[in-house]
Design a protein. Structure first.
Length: 100
């Protein structure tokens, strides 16, 4: 899939089956999506992140050699990602530097 197709698939889906790479996780968090992670074998950061989010009740995971379609039923048992986007008040943020 190219970038536009991935964006469309993410936006139109309630649940995402994906790898647990950092960029993918950031996209899921921004969009507030539920996911199931299958980390890329040998990618220790992906394996770590998938286990971390499963432990925190955010997204289930399993290795690709143990994956069965029934595993996707576990998505509903997890809370998913929440969009933490906030409005930044630049005036307030840099108010410390404002002289009186």
């Amino acid at each position: 899939m190219n970038s536009d197709e991935i964006e469309m698939a993410f936006n139109e889906s309630n649940k995402i089956l994906c790898r647990s790479g950092y960029t993918t996780i950031m996209d899921l968090a921004q969009l507030g999506k539920k996911a199931f992670f299958i980390p890329t074998p040998g990618q220790y950061e992906q394996e770590y992140l998938a286990k971390k989010f499963q432990k925190e009740g955010i997204a289930p995971t399993c290795t690709q050699d143990k994956f069965k379609i029934d595993c996707l039923n576990n998505i509903d048992l997890h809370k998913g990602f929440v969009n933490y986007a906030t409005e930044v008040s630049w005036k307030e943020l840099f108010g410390l530097f404002h002289s009186k």
